[in-house]
Structures are given as C-alpha cells and as structure tokens.
Design a protein around this ligand. Sequence first.
Ligand code: KG4
Ligand code: ZN
Length: 337
Amino acid sequence: MKKDIIVLGIESSCDETAASVVKNGREVLSSIVNSQIDIHKQYGGVVPEIASRNHVQNIDGVVSAALEQAKVDIKDIDYVAVTYGAGLVGALLVGVAFAKSFCQANDIPLIKVNHIEGHICANYITHADLEPPFVCLLASGGHTAIVDVKSYTDYTVLKTTIDDACGEAFDKVARTLGLCYPGGVQIDKLAQQGEANIDFKSVVMKDGNFSYSGLKTGVINYVHNLQQKGIELNKNDLAKSFTVAALKGVVDQAVQIAKDSHKKLCVAGGVGANSYMREYATEQCDKYGIKVFLPQLKYCGDNAAMIASQGYFLAQEGIDLAGLDLNACPTLTLKTK
Ligand code: KG4
Ligand code: ZN
C-alpha cells in the first residue's frame, strides 16, 4: 500500500497567519487561520509592519494548533510547505524563517510555495476528483488572471490585469462608500439587494487583458458627482453595478477560453467567494456545457491548506527542496505566455 504523505503548510503572506496539515495533497486534517482583520480595520487597510509583528506573535501557536487539531505528531510530517511569495516582504519572512527553523530542528524537508499557485490548489482540497488540465480564473486582493493549468505544477498566465487587482478595486470602492476594510464581502452583501442600473465601463480591454483603474475612477467620480449635487446614493445599486462591471467581462473571457480549449473552468482567490461571480460563472458554464469548479468559501481567502496541497504536488514531482538560504520573494509571479 502507498504510504500517506503528510504536509504541514505555513502561510503568512499578508494579514492571515495560517497553518494546516494536509494528507496526500487533498485531505485537510486541520486548517487554522488567525486573521488580523480586526487590527488592520482601524487603519483602513493592512499595515505591513503591524502584520509582521502579529505573525511573529502568532505563528508558533497557530502551527501547534494545526498539529493538535490534525492529531499529528511532528515526527509524522513528511514535508513542510511554506509561502515564500508573493506578498508583503516582512510578513513572508516570518513564515519562511519559522519554517526553516522548524525543518532544521526536526529534520524535515522544506518546500517553497508560490502563494498564487496555492490559491489554485484550493480547488483540489474542495473537489477530490479534480485533475488538471483546466483553466483557472484567479481573482484576489493582489492578482487577477486567467491561468492555463497544464499540470499540478505547470501554470501559464493567459490574461492578466495591467494595473489594480480585482480585490483591490472592491476594497477601494468599499472605502469610497464608507465601508470598513476589507470591503469586498460588504460590497457583495449590498449588491445582493441591488440592481445593475449604472453603466460602468467593463474592465476587459481589446487584447483581452484587464484594467481596473478606469472602473475604480468611474465609481469614485460617480459617487462624488452625486454628493456634489446633493443627490442620495443608492449604495445597493452602485455595489451591484460595480460588481457586474468588475466581474462579468472577466468571467465571460474565462468561459470563452475554457470553451475554445475544451477544458474545465475553476475559480480561485478571495474574490472567488463573491456570490455574483460564483452564480454567473456557474450559469455561463452550464450554458456552454463546461464543467465548473468553485472552491469552498473557507478556501477562497488566504489559508495554509492550499499551500500544503501545492507542496504535496511539488514533492510528488521531485522538485528541488528549499535550503536554509530560502528568502522571501514579494514580487513572485507565474510565467506568462
Ligand atoms: O485571496 P485573498 O484572501 O488575498 C490575496 O491573496 O490577495 O483576497 C482578498 C481579497 C480582498 O480584496 C477582499 O476584499 C476580496 O478578496 N474578497 C471579496 C469577497 N470576499 C473577499 N471580493 C468580493 N466579494 C467577496 N465576497
Ligand atoms: Zn491570497
């Protein structure tokens, strides 16, 4: 019988300190996410230095809790997988330094994981039978891309944003509406009560890439214009109109690519939790007979289970192990076509 492979995942790229134990790349034995949202809320966004300090404070407890919840002993861990980019450098360094020490002290091999690839793997822990190839629509606070997932470790960006990320636009629009950080989920709630009756420009450009800066400015100007004229703003309608402008074209584009390449479509990233995005992607895929996969809501945002999953698949492919010289790489990307 094949031996089970146990991976401990560690994630600290932004404002979540997370650790998780995953068996054979798909079975989540534990997933602990310590969110700092309540701390950063008062500043209207993530303050990098405060994030780093809180990771330092929390990481040991979070890892211990993940091992305890999984009922796994340190000696049972086959690999540690740690996020080394993309993200905030100081925040990443906490996870990387912890993982290196943990592996050195306990003689465990270390695997470095790209956070963006981790997000895509959230689909493997949700859907036990999902296998590549597929097309993935990735939308988070830091990235927006349509990715050609050729294998468990081979990713190529087909389309991407040329300026802001999708989640960033959600957060900025939320701030304009006076909603607290992170605003994406609040915009989602308002939008569910609203009508898309304001005509904002789509984010899809002629070449199929995306630009969010025009939409963001369009929304801000619209709000200020009403305020200057003393006209009351219907926040629900604005939220829905913005959501449709931010997501419809991107979903259409991803569906078209999946259709043309006869592939399945997966969604990933924090914005993958958006209710309109999930409904519209499902509806469009059903319409064209494309199989669609959505990660469970708890695996859309940052977590360490997705990192452990990617770590497992990298280990299976015999990828080079990380050494004690592993550094954080804040600008890490995926390869582009
Ligand atoms: O993937 P993620 O947790 O972190 C990054 O890697 O960036 O994504 C966070 C982003 C934030 O911008 C947040 O506002 C957005 O995802 N988000 C949402 C929703 N839930 C989270 N955006 C729209 N609708 C949601 N339901
Ligand atoms: Zn993320």
